[in-house]
Design a protein around this ligand. Sequence first.
Ligand SMILES: [Zn+2]
Length: 197
Amino acid sequence: MNAEDVLRRFTQLGALLDGHFRLSSGLHSPGYLQCALVLQHPRHAQALGAQLGARGAGLAPEVVLSPALGGVVIGHEVARALGVRALFAEREAAALTLRRGFRLSPGERVVVVEDVITTGGSTKETIDVARAAGAVVVAATAIIDRSGGRAALDVPLHALAELTLPTYQPAQCPLCQQGLVLTKPGSRPVAPGTTPA
Ligand SMILES: [Zn+2]
């Protein structure tokens, strides 16, 4: 499964849309990415997890750590592929924290797993959670890196695909200037009968 296969799968499942979108940030974009629409299918989640697991296996990770909520499903599937535990960190008073009795041991080898890396911010926070517990982060992985190289992590980053989706202030949006209809993501259903390979 190369990067094109991954992006094709996203497009076929309606998780990567072309058009003219108003994002939750208020910015406009010609593209919209929603990983959950792929990961809702366990078969696809498992296949992507196996790919990410294969990339990280050589680093001998002992546990997966993901930021909730976006990283939970794919983190679980990567952990399944690696045969290790799947932990997640979640927000408590704005800070990512290990809860629910999750523990990392000093020196334990952690791979951080995300669905999408946008700025790298939540990935860095998750790395910090692991390090605060004394664990060693051996790599970060994501299905899609849309940071455009801005993530600037201090561990190796492996993504199955890279994607650049520009965003525009509404007043400067070239799509508005072309008069294209603005869509709010989520209001357009996947075409019926879509059966990705
Ligand atoms: Zn626009």
